[in-house]
Design a protein around this ligand. Structure first.
Ligand code: NAP
Length: 294
């Protein structure tokens, strides 16, 4: 049976790791806080004492952690996966990281004899747990073919954008556009509320109008109801993704990305307000009436 090391068992990673057990793979898991691994261990996963321990003997090492810093630490830290990974093992980075980091970590890991692909994902935690993610891959074509058996249990769609780093470029523009939209929904709804409009009519009009993107449909009703239960994507993660995307934009575009920068600033405030709560709480920040203390 293929042997997978899975590192990072947060909202997304926990469900993804479970998919390998569903597929009958041999699985070793590590997470910074062990409690999140309990049910996976009960289902047959081996708890590893460190990323290095998890990677020992693995054919593929899959990581799903928060950001660049976490990714660097689980791959290249003193107990990182690269310390023990066997030559030729697949290193599959599913976390959303910056473009610079994707290139740097790819170079480092390839230099150590690993086969690196970047494969950030779209889809919410329920899609992660049911193997319905879309994978956004940057890889040499032959490396993608070698990785495919480890990608199939996670996904319904695999999109190959090109060389290492290109999956991350797409993921970052996707999430920047999402950040802009979500901040825009909050602003539009807040204006309508303060102006005293009938919010049921506003919602009905939004949902049947040309602005009704999937993000708008996902967030507008919950924002009006101030229903932020079951956070799937946090303000801290949205801020991180928008900031990584704007850093990439600044390296490619002649003019400063004004709208993207505004979204980063909006999510700086949302992160300061409630970092681990649902990103939709943006409405609570922008809906404060004039004259309210910040
Ligand atoms: P999450 O629930 O906050 O989990 C974050 C994971 O990273 C946890 O396993 C956490 O460990 C680990 N971590 C954080 N800092 C670390 C560090 N310094 N060293 C080692 N491990 C560290 O986040 P998530 O929603 O699963 O997101 C994971 C990744 O997927 C992120 O890159 C995110 O942008 C991306 N993503 C998320 C979604 C979504 O809908 N949630 C969708 C697509 C992509 P602990 O458990 O110990 O805190």
């Amino acid at each position: 049976m293929p042997h997978v090391a899975f590192i990072g068992l947060g909202r997304m990673g926990h469900g993804m790791a479970g998919r390998y057990l569903d597929a009958g793979f041999t699985l070793a898991v590590w997470n910074r806080s062990q409690a999140k691994a309990a049910d996976l261990i009960a289902r047959g996963a081996r708890w590893a004492a460190s990323p290095a321990d998890a990677a020992e003997g693995a054919d593929a090492i899959v990581t799903m952690v928060a950001d660049d810093e976490a990714s660097r630490s689980v791959w290249l830290g003193s107990d990182g996966a690269a310390a023990t990974a066997k030559a030729g093992a697949l290193a599959i980075e599913c976390s959303t990281v910056s473009y610079r980091h994707a290139l740097d970590i790819g170079r480092e890991l390839r230099g150590r004899g690993l086969v690196y692909i970047d494969s950030p994902v779209t889809g919410l935690p329920d899609a992660a747990a049911s193997g319905k993610l879309t994978l956004l891959v940057g890889a040499e074509p032959a490396d993608l073919e070698a990785a495919r058996i480890y990608l199939v249990p996670l996904s319904t769609t695999i999109r190959h954008f090109g060389a290492i780093g290109t999956g991350t470029v797409y993921k970052l523009i996707n999430n920047l556009m999402g950040a802009i939209q979500i901040a825009g929904i909050a602003e539009g709804l807040a204006i309508a509320e303060q102006a005293g409009l009938d919010m049921n009519l506003v919602l009905e009009s939004i949902e049947t109008g040309v602005a009704a993107s999937p993000q708008v449909l996902r967030h507008s009703r919950r924002m009006v109801a101030r229903n932020f239960s079951g956070a799937t994507f946090t303000s801290a993660l949205r801020h991180k993704d928008a900031a990584y995307a704007v850093a990439l934009a600044e390296s490619l575009l002649r003019d400063t990305p004004l709208v993207g920068s505004a979204a980063v600033q909006a999510y700086e405030r949302a992160k300061a307000y409630a970092p681990d709560d649902d990103e939709g709480k943006m409405i609570e920040i922008v809906s404060r009436p004039k004259g309210t203390a910040t």
